[in-house]
Design a binder for this molecule. Structure first.
Ligand SMILES: [Zn+2]
Length: 304
């Protein structure tokens, strides 16, 4: 038994010991960041035609711009204490240049079915996005689309989500918090709406008003081409600072970047008309696992 006047001293010693041991655990802890990448949300990537496909005139330059943005994010996370980085090359044609990629990173590519969650694994500490664009139907979004320009909209339990949302909910399923996103201004707003408090950096802003709901696939791909960009080097400085701040905030606040999941899950995807095909709708559902939902086959039928 402790006498009453000794109890405060004992508690103080206990608290000090606990604090020191948790600080030691923090110092020794591996902090890993999974970085999902895309090309349409990169500063200096001006349109689809000239920039985002292998036959595009500036494809290699666009890959360089993305890879250097990724390196800026890695440097920012590293300054805040991150030690491991898995970079997922998420652009359809690929957009990370391995030769230019920061040597501290590993690179993931090859999405053999089932694709989701794109090499993300339980146990990784945080998830982040670089070069991401906004979802289909977003106003003032540069090069907006969800997967491809043929998708009109995807909803999860009635809420529209884009590529950012799909990946962020996969991360949540694996217990991983999403703490940072860079891309165009519309994407940063989309990210903040889904993940309140997420750190974001807008490297450009789209200038096309309206949602483009009247467009078929081909028209939508030519629609959201206008934007005002930060110079790529400046954008990288902003990304470096944003990534560092994101990780510092996330380490200080265990709720930062956490997204609650609310199963059961229903996914509805509506496709724009394309060539001879009409507007179509597909659905899938899963009782408890968001990743399984995203990998479930979709059957599409004509919308009435
Ligand atoms: Zn994309």
């Amino acid at each position: 038994m402790f006498s009453s006047h000794k109890l405060p001293m004992f508690l103080l010693a206990l608290l000090t010991a606990c604090c020191l041991s948790s600080m030691a655990a923090e110092v020794n802890r591996t902090i890993s960041v999974y970085i999902m990448t895309d090309m349409e949300g990169v500063a200096g990537v001006l349109d689809f035609e000239q920039w985002t496909s292998p036959e595009s005139r500036y494809y290699d330059l666009g890959k360089e711009f993305l890879t250097l943005e990724v390196n800026a994010a890695i440097e920012g996370f590293a300054r805040a204490g991150a030690t491991e980085f898995l970079v997922a090359d998420g652009h359809g044609h690929g957009a990370v240049n391995p030769k230019l990629l920061d040597a501290r990173a590993q690179l993931a590519r090859n999405w053999a079915p089932p694709p989701y969650p794109f090499s993300m694994e339980r146990g990784m500490t945080f998830c982040a996005y670089v070069g991401q664009h906004a979802m289909s139907r977003t106003e003032f979004a540069h090069l907006a689309h969800t997967g491809n320009c043929g998708v009109f909209e995807t909803t999860i339990n009635g809420r529209p989500v884009g590529e950012f949302g799909e990946g962020t909910l996969c991360a949540a399923q694996l217990g991983i918090r999403t703490i940072f996103a860079s891309g165009d201004l519309a994407l940063t707003k989309e990210a903040q709406a889904l993940v309140p408090g997420i750190e974001t950096v807008a490297v450009k802003r789209g200038t096309t008003p309206g949602r483009g709901d009247e467009c078929d696939k081909e028209k939508y791909a030519k629609r959201n081409l206008g934007a005002i960009h930060f110079q790529p080097e400046r954008a990288r400085q902003m990304i470096l600072a944003g990534a560092e701040k994101a990780l510092r905030r996330a380490l200080a606040d265990p709720s930062m970047g956490a997204v609650p999941l609310k199963p059961p899950f229903e996914r509805v995807t509506i496709l724009r008309p394309q060539k001879e095909l009409p507007k179509r709708i597909g659905r899938s559902s899963h009782p408890d696992n968001f990743i399984s939902l995203m990998n479930a086959p979709m059957k599409y039928e004509t919308m009435k």
